[in-house]
Design a protein around this ligand. Structure first.
Ligand code: SAM
Length: 243
């Protein structure tokens, strides 16, 4: 890699999270489509289309997994841009790299197995740092936010796409039914694995809601922290800048 890093040691708890994703890596895309009825593609598109980024920029996509965000970002940074995919799980990174290579995306891509809590990059390395459906899985979210800020250049943006708190009361029972009844069943049927998808529904409920996450970003040192709900708060995009 440009920085000469490949792997950093990861803790026990992180290994556990890693294993959950190893067991789903192969079916990951199919499951995303089934679970969200394809809507995750729209959320991701919007997330990347409205990010603050220019041609030629250097971008870090954390928890980049199978590369959905990075593939979309490529169109925004152009031929001269550089994209670094970081993920704690080697299996997810491998799937991501294979998919990227199949699509002819080779130049300007770099893959780094790393923990978001302790990034192996110098201060001020990136114009934009993104993390989509990843922060939820990170044990020490405050540490991850501080690291995202640290590796940003001054003026750069950090962008988080994550499940959040549904705003409309009437929708909550439906959403709970989908999460706790439909999801594990889909998981068992299509991935032979109900537990990983039960874990998913629980991790969504435990993740800090909109205002709390914005507060965490402010505490980490981000300037102008803000959020926007998508699909009534099923997911939210949080932004912060390095002043
Ligand atoms: N960003 C991709 C997307 O939107 O499709 C993948 C999201 S996937 C739900 C979550 C990813 O977070 C997994 O690939 C997992 O390996 C990664 N992850 C979990 N904990 C992490 C950590 N502490 N540091 C870096 N990546 C982590």
């Amino acid at each position: 890699t440009h920085f000469g890093y490949r792997e950093v040691p990861v803790g026990e708890k992180q290994k556990l999270v890693g294993e959950v994703f190893s067991s789903v890596a192969g079916n990951y895309d199919l499951m995303n489509d089934l679970m969200s009825m394809g809507i995750h593609r729209l959320w991701k598109r919007y997330f990347v289309a409205t990010a603050q980024v220019r041609r030629g920029a250097r971008v870090l996509d954390l928890a980049g997994g199978t590369g959905d965000i990075a593939a979309l970002l490529k169109d925004r940074v152009g031929e001269t841009g550089e994209l670094v995919l970081g993920d704690i799980n080697g299996e997810m990174l491998r799937v991501g790299r294979d998919r990227m290579t199949d699509r002819g995306n080779v130049r300007g891509f770099e893959y780094v197995q790393c923990n978001a809590e302790k990034l192996p990059f110098p201060d001020g390395s990136f114009d934009l740092v993104t993390i989509a459906f990843g922060l939820r899985n990170v044990t020490d979210k405050d540490a991850a936010l501080r690291e995202m800020l640290r590796v940003l250049k001054v003026g750069g943006q950090a962008r988080v796409l994550e499940f959040s708190e549904v705003r409309a009361e009437w929708f909550r029972p439906l959403y709970d039914f989908h999460s706790f009844k439909v999801l594990p069943r889909l998981g068992r049927l299509f991935a032979g694995d109900a537990d990983s998808y039960r874990y998913l529904a629980e991790s969504i409920r435990k993740h800090p809601p909109q205002d709390e996450l914005r507060g965490m970003m402010e505490a980490a040192g981000f300037a102008r922290a803000r959020y926007r709900n998508l699909s009534g708060g099923i997911v939210a995009i949080h932004d912060g800048w390095k002043a």
